[in-house]
Every structure is written in structure tokens, then in C-alpha cells.
Design a protein around this ligand. Structure first.
Ligand code: NAD
Length: 456
């Protein structure tokens, strides 16, 4: 790493992949100027033409699913089966929002003296700042609806994981997107990210990352009264009642937290179990955790790869300095590579830091609760509110508890969090605004109201 570049390291074997030049502040400013020009031309196209260009982009991504997936295996250590899903998800998100340009509906409002109509005008240039944990999917959640609404996008990937984003930038051009419309600017958060936040011609920031950085981004946006969407951290609860199908809940709990080696904002990193069922649940959970296939991310059978970096490994390891709270562990290869075995903890108290902090690694805390009210209180006893699951055979309870938990994405008897067709985002310090779903393209517009007088 130098002042102007970064060495990308393969997290599975710690070898050097390649070095990437950082984008400078001057280059960000040049990119903004190109984006302003490209956006004007893009917004002037017929909606059907923008729609067909986005469909072409989706088709090109479809042809590159394997290539993108292999890049993510190399750069981020994602298991190949998961990485293929991610690349396919980018295609699906583009396809879904390719319908939006022709469906950006304003309204006609009854008023006296004429006609009142609203238009959904594009914002202009949008900055999309993404983290390293899901480099391509989170990028697509920002750029696909933003482009569909007639905007240009400047995409800043995380320092360590820019390869799939850079490739998506090339694929956009190959698909016929105008030059300058989707530009990828790898580099440092405190340089490229901050310049996108402070640049007056960048009209909105979509930021996904840690809550600490999100607060900083929001403060920067305030200086320019700039719109901001924040997708931040989580410490989600997997709430298991004694009346649940315990076998199923335990069998599915590992993937709800260890997927992507726990580097998942939706990770259910707290398993809350009704006190009378704790022992039985742990008995069922142990073999399920030991069965998780941790290994080379390029192998088809691998379910969990390494952590993304040495720094992330050190952070996760600091939460498990010894075996005192460890109930049991799965397996992991020895080094080289940033391997951390799936780990189940029994914290001494609800206030233990392992039960409160977002660890962002394959570490889960199991905590008992007494009744429905206690389950809701414990689930809500967090600064975060992003995701979560409720396991019960009582539908009424499923409804009551899901209405009681302060969280943006809950599922009952399932661990599902993300579908491109449904809204995604957090309560409390997990974020602000929503991505995905039918309203996401409109979030990249300003409503303009026009009154047309019928006076002679
Ligand atoms: P991070 O906050 O360190 O970085 C995120 C991005 O912001 C990176 O591209 C980084 O370069 C950039 N950045 C850093 N400083 C900046 C600044 N001052 N101004 C502008 N940009 C700046 O987060 P991370 O460690 O890359 O990602 C992990 C975090 O992301 C976790 O907290 C996780 O929960 C969160 N996350 C949230 C969601 C969600 O949808 N809610 C999804 C994935 C990850």
C-alpha cells in the first residue's frame, strides 16, 4: 500500500491479488463534471429507451455471472455458490428497476381553477458509497433504481473490495450505458467518500456501512442540505419460542448468522431462546454449527469462507479472547488466510459486549428470555433495529412479536431478509430510509408540483 494505491489481498491465502490506484479529489471532481453532462443526456431520453438500456445492462451482467462470482471469491473470500447468487441478484435488481422509467407516475390532484400535476424529477448526480461485505449487491441496490429514475451515479466501493464494482462499470459501458453515467471511483473513504459527500453537485448520498461512519456522512450531507439514505449496522435477534419447531429453528440458525462469515448486516447474531427450551435448543444447535462447511471459497461445497481482512480478523478475535464464554465451535482451516471458526457464546449477562456490539464475524450469543413481553424487550434492547426472525407455531404470537420488535425487516419461521421487490432498511441506528422494493426509484427523485390555470 502507498499513499496513492492499495494492495488487494486474497483473504483465503493472504496472497497479493493486485494493486489498485486510489482516486484523488481532483479526479472525483472531474468525474462529477462528466456525470453532470451524462445525466442531462440520459434524463432527456425517452423512458422506453432508458428502460431498454437497463435491460441490456441486466443481460450483459447475466452473461458475466460466473466471471463476477469468481472475482468476488478472489477479492472477498465469498463461497462460490453465494457469489453466484450475488451476481445473479445484481442482474435481477437491474431487471426489476428497468421497468421503472416507464412507471415513474406523478399524480393529478383536484384543485380549483385549473389542473395540478406532479412530476418525479431526477435528482441529478447521486453518490453511492458501499461497504466491503457485499460489494456488488449493495452497489446495485443503489445504482439500479438511481439510474432508472434518470440520475447519473458515482459508485465508491470499499477500499479492500473494488474488483466486482470496477467490472460492473465496464459491463455498463459494454451494455450501451452512456459514458460517464455510471462511474466507479475506488479509493479511500476519507478522500473519495468525503468528496462525494461535500461536492455541491452530488445531490444525494446512499451510504451503506458502519453506524459511526454513517453519522459522519449524515453530518456532511447536512452541510449542503443533501438527501441521504443510510444502511448501517445491526445486532439482530433470532427469537425462538418453546412452542416453535425447534429442530427447524436450530437447523437454520447457523446460516442466519454465519453466512458470509457473519459479515452480514442482517446477521442474527443474538439467538434469544425461551428459558424452558434453552437446553434442548443448544443440543440441536451444536451439530448444526459443527456441520457448517468452512473452507476454500472456490469449492462448490463450501458454506463459509474466511473473514475479509487481517483487520477484521483481529476485531472479531478480540471478542473471543479465551474459551470462557464459548459453548461450542465449528471448524476452520489453519492459516494462511483469515479463518475464524463459527462460534457460539453464552454471555454472562445481557449487557456483555458480545451481546450488544455488532461483531461482524461468525460469533453468536445465545440469551434466555422468560415470556413474550421479555422477548420483545430483549430484542429491542439494542441501538440497532435492522433485521430478525421469530420462531413459533402460534401465528398470533408471530404477529404480536413482529409488531412489537423495532426492526425494519423481520420474518416469522424463516430467516429471509432481502428480496429486491420488498423494502429494506433499518430502525433506530441501523439507518434512515429504505432501499429496494417498489418505491426505491422514487427515492431518487424530487417531486415537482405544477399548477396549470384554466383561466381564459
Ligand atoms: P465503513 O463505514 O468503514 O465503510 C463503508 C464505506 O464508507 C466504505 O466505502 C468506506 O471507504 C467509506 N467511508 C469511510 N469513511 C468515510 C467518510 N468519512 N466519508 C464517506 N465515506 C467513507 O463500513 P465497512 O466496515 O466497510 O462495512 C461494515 C459495516 O457496514 C457494518 O457495520 C455493517 O453492518 C454495515 N452494513 C450495513 C448494511 C445495511 O444494509 N444496513 C449492509 C451491509 C453492511
Amino acid at each position: 500500500m502507498t499513499a496513492t494505491s492499495i494492495d488487494l489481498i486474497n483473504p483465503a491465502d493472504e496472497t497479493l491479488i493486485r494493486s489498485i490506484e486510489h482516486t484523488s479529489v481532483e479526479e472525483v471532481d472531474e468525474a462529477v463534471a462528466r456525470a453532470v453532462a451524462a445525466q442531462k443526456r440520459w434524463a432527456a431520453l425517452a423512458p422506453a429507451e432508458r428502460a431498454s438500456t437497463l435491460r441490456a445492462f441486466a443481460a450483459v451482467v447475466d452473461g458475466a455471472v460466473e466471471e463476477l462470482a469468481r472475482l468476488e471469491v478472489l477479492n472477498s473470500g465469498h463461497p462460490i455458490s453465494q457469489a453466484r447468487w450475488e451476481a445473479g441478484h445484481v442482474r435481477d435488481v437491474l431487471t426489476y428497476y428497468s421497468a421503472a422509467p416507464e412507471r415513474m407516475l406523478g399524480s393529478q390532484i383536484p384543485v380549483a381553477g385549473g389542473i395540478d400535476v406532479t412530476f418525479l424529477e431526477p435528482l441529478g448526480v447521486v453518490g453511492v458509497i458501499v461497504p466491503w461485505n457485499f460489494p456488488m449487491t449493495i452497489a446495485a441496490w443503489g445504482f439500479a433504481p438511481a439510474l432508472a429514475a434518470g440520475n447519473a451515479v458515482l459508485l465508491k466501493p470499499a477500499e479492500w473490495t473494488p474488483l466486482t464494482a470496477l467490472r460492473l462499470g465496464d459491463l455498463a459501458l459494454a451494455a450501451g450505458l452512456p459514458e460517464g453515467l455510471l462511474q466507479v471511483l475506488p479509493g479511500r473513504g476519507d478522500v473519495v467518500g468525503e468528496r462525494l459527500v461535500s461536492h455541491p453537485l452530488v445531490r444525494k448520498i446512499v451510504f451503506t456501512g458502519s453506524t459511526a461512519t454513517g453519522k459522519r456522512v449524515m453530518a456532511g450531507c447536512a452541510a449542503n442540505v443533501k438527501a441521504v439514505t443510510l444502511e448501517l449496522g445491526g445486532k439482530s435477534a433470532n427469537v425462538v419460542f418453546a412452542d416453535a419447531d425447534l429442530e427447524k429453528a436450530a437447523a437454520m440458525a447457523p446460516s442466519a448468522v454465519f453466512e458470509n462469515a457473519g459479515q452480514d448486516c442482517c446477521a442474527r447474531s443474538r439467538i434469544l431462546v425461551e428459558r424452558s427450551a434453552v437446553n434442548r435448543f443448544l443440543e440441536l444447535l451444536e451439530p448444526a454449527v459443527k456441520k457448517v462447511m468452512v473452507g476454500a471459497p472456490g469449492d462448490e461445497a463450501t458454506e463459509m469462507g474466511p473473514l475479509v481482512s487481517a483487520a477484521q480478523f483481529a476485531k472479531v478475535a478480540s471478542y473471543v479472547p479465551d474459551d470462557r464464554q464459548v459453548a461450542f465451535r465449528g471448524s476452520a482451516p489453519d492459516g494462511p488466510g483469515f479463518w475464524f471458526a463459527p462460534t457460539v457464546l453464552l454471555p454472562g449477562s445481557r449487557d456483555d459486549r458480545v451481546a450488544r456490539d455488532e461483531i461482524f464475524g461468525p460469533v453468536v450469543s445465545v440469551l434466555p428470555f422468560d415470556d413474550e413481553a421479555d422477548a420483545i424487550a430483549l430484542a429491542n434492547d439494542s441501538d440497532y433495529g435492522l433485521s430478525g426472525s421469530i420462531w413459533t407455531r402460534d401465528l398470533g404470537r408471530g404477529i404480536r412479536v413482529s409488531r412489537g420488535i423495532e426492526s425494519g425487516n423481520l420474518s416469522v419461521n424463516s430467516n429471509s431478509s432481502v428480496r429486491y421487490s420488498t423494502p429494506f432498511g433499518g430502525f433506530k441506528q441501523s439507518g434512515l430510509g429504505r432501499e429496494l422494493g417498489p418505491d426505491a426509484a422514487a427515492a431518487f427523485t424530487e417531486i415537482k408540483n405544477v399548477f396549470l390555470s384554466d383561466a381564459p
